[in-house]
Design a protein around this ligand. Structure first.
Ligand SMILES: Nc1ncnc2c1ncn2[C@@H]1O[C@H](COP(=O)(O)OP(=O)(O)OP(=O)(O)O)[C@@H](O)[C@H]1O
Length: 308
């Protein structure tokens, strides 16, 4: 659905996107994850024909983004960071207008508006001015507007930036629904690690204009190793005994190691057999934070938020 080969965009000698290649399969949700200034928006703008690449090739739906601009535009839906939604018109009016712009008859545009209001759960607010909508509702309306002409590929540039956690989850649900119910292929950019982890089938981490790692969230996490187990004892002697038992070293009262060839049950049993009782025992899954640190050597400074 999306094929990108050696894509470059240079602004006055500064490479914003520097030799990026990837492909997105039909029906996939693919996330470009990176901090501010990594080159995400510039990539979206090239793929949606708004910015001309300096070099490289990109095809969307089989159409070349430079040579077949019009075909690309007609086959995609795009929601950019700044929503330019008129505030005076109602959600329904805006959707009908969009349908008319795509040359639908009045009746067809009305029918499509009803359908989409339902899809993004805005039926109850359909006849209110969009200026009265919350941030989350506006993003949902924005999503609906991108869907009017039934695009097969959707580009969402930072769809939840600036939203509160509850609205963010609403958008995640809508994006999942569009993908599952209609099979829409989705390319999204995000600076939130959780968002990529939650939504994407595959993730490309972009840093200073280059893809530094790519894979499923699981594959990326495997790069930094498996789960780790950590235990704290009430005294250093017990910690040392436990460390010897698991062929590792203690750090004061603390012992931690990667859960590789041993299961949690085996560990608990081994501790029990020697009368060792840790005060605390935790198992930690690797996170995309750990991956980012590993592949870039820098800690992640994106707009981190917790939603759990
Ligand atoms: N029109 C432009 N002229 C000059 N430099 C630009 C232009 N657009 C982007 N850049 C630069 O290119 C780099 C990548 O920007 P881009 O907007 O693609 O990053 P991003 O990952 O989308 O970040 P953000 O989340 O802040 O939008 C940045 O250093 C930016 O300053």
């Amino acid at each position: 659905m999306i094929e990108v080969e050696g894509l470059v965009k240079t602004f006055k000698d500064v490479p914003a996107v520097n030799d990026v290649s990837f492909s997105v399969k039909e029906g996939e949700i693919f996330a470009f994850l990176g901090p501010n200034g990594a080159g995400k928006s510039t990539t979206v703008q090239m793929l949606t024909t708004l910015v001309r690449p300096t070099s490289g090739v990109a095809r969307v739906n089989g159409f070349d983004v430079v040579k077949q601009e019009k075909d690309v535009r007609l086959s995609i839906g795009v929601a950019l960071q700044e929503t330019g939604i008129d505030k005076v018109l109602t959600g329904r009016e805006l959707l009908v207008l969009q349908g008319r712009l795509f040359k639908m008859s009045n009746e067809e545009a009305r029918r499509r508006a009803d359908e989409l209001l339902e899809v993004v759960s805005l039926t109850d607010a359909a006849d209110r001015r969009s200026g009265t909508y919350s941030g989350g509702m506006r993003r949902r309306l924005d999503l609906a507007l991108t869907l009017v002409h039934r695009p097969t590929v959707l580009f969402l540039d930072e769809p939840t930036t600036g939203l509160d956690p509850a609205s963010r989850i609403e958008i995640w649900n809508e994006v999942r629904r569009l993908n599952q119910e209609f099979g829409t292929t989705i390319f999204l950019t995000t600076q939130y690690l959780e968002e990529a982890d939650e939504l994407a089938d595959r993730i490309a981490i972009i840093h200073h204009g280059k893809i530094v790692s790519e894979g499923t969230a699981e594959e990326l996490k495997q790069l930094v190793g498996g789960e780790t187990i950590a235990m704290d004892f009430s005294n250093e002697a017990d910690a040392m005994t436990a460390a010897t038992l698991f062929q590792t070293t203690a750090n004061g009262n603390h012992v931690s190691f990667e859960l590789r060839d041993v299961t949690l049950t085996e560990i608990v049993r081994a501790l029990d057999e020697r009368g060792l009782q840790p005060e605390r025992l935790t198992v930690k899954q690797p996170s995309l934070d750990d991956v980012f640190l590993q592949v870039t050597g820098e800690s992640y400074e994106g707009g981190e938020i917790r939603v759990d």
